[in-house]
Design a protein around this ligand. Sequence first.
Ligand code: UDP
Length: 348
Amino acid sequence: MRVLITGGAGFIGSHLAEELLKKGYEVAVLDDLSTGSEANLQSLRGNPGFSFTRGSVLEEGVLSPLVRECDVVFHLAARVGVESIIRHPLGGLEVNIHGTEMVLRLAHKSGSKPVIFTSSSDVYGKNSEVPLKEGDCIKLETVYSNRWSYSCSKAAGEFLAMAYWKEKGLPVLILRLFNTVGPRQTGRYGMVIPRFITQALSGEAITVFGTGTQRRCFASVKDVVGAMVRLLETLVGSGPATFGHVFNLGSDEELSINELAEKVKVITHSASPIRHVSYEEAYGEDFEDIQRKVPNLERLRQFISYNPKYDIDTILKETAEYHRRNPSSLPKSGSGEPLLHASRAGRR
Ligand code: UDP
């Protein structure tokens, strides 16, 4: 089976490519390298089952033959990271909505190829009635804040995928990934674990945004891609009843960002101070954080066996080891640097 991974040079996509090749699949990666990197694919070069095309999901001429030649599409290409979306909302909306529509349309046109669309826990928005179930309400916010455009763009992608399933019978699955972490994730787009680890390793202050009482569940990318491949094996080819589903995917072990900062300090044996930074200083005005994100994993477990192997301590040790071996990932800025100075889109 030949699998096309859009966004396959990114953090999750490159781990998925590796896992699929290990299992004997052929893998074609399409990536415009806007946030992904060829270095992520280095170990796959030379594998006869692997090919890489540099290009965007917005380029029909590039995407079309790749979809035609594959048996199934993992659609991961997206603009990622709260920080980068606040800074460039338009690019995010274009790729996440128009790019997803393009993938679905071409998959439909090329003989109804199954599409597994990776969405995000961000679509739950401000719904913090945890654990969050796939059918729960998505609580999105004002259009005056760029912050919610990522959630909205991913939700729009989900509506598009569901519409292709319901109206055209295109076999689609939607995966809502909760905080996925591990080696190769960069802190450049704001993600907390690579930022804390690189700050701790370089002796800079560990910057906790807000009070640090907000909570997240972090899953190892290895557990996550393992589940993605099992879903592919279980669902694709097993009939239409399995399609048109949304699955939460991640870990359901919660910890606060303050606890995370303490753990990172201990695991990296760092003397870095922990510094609390206001959201305004970190992201600019009009930023609202999501307080809690915990997935309900029942539906996933109805379809595949899913018992994450990596707990948070193991994940942090492994990720710290990766950043030690790749010192170029360490920040060059001073510790007092805000994450960004967002321009104000408007006031409520
Ligand atoms: N965060 C932080 N310091 C940082 C980067 C992020 O305290 O240097 C916080 C962020 O405000 C959020 C949490 O860590 O509350 C997780 O952030 P991330 O962007 O990794 O994931 P998301 O908010 O999208 O779940």
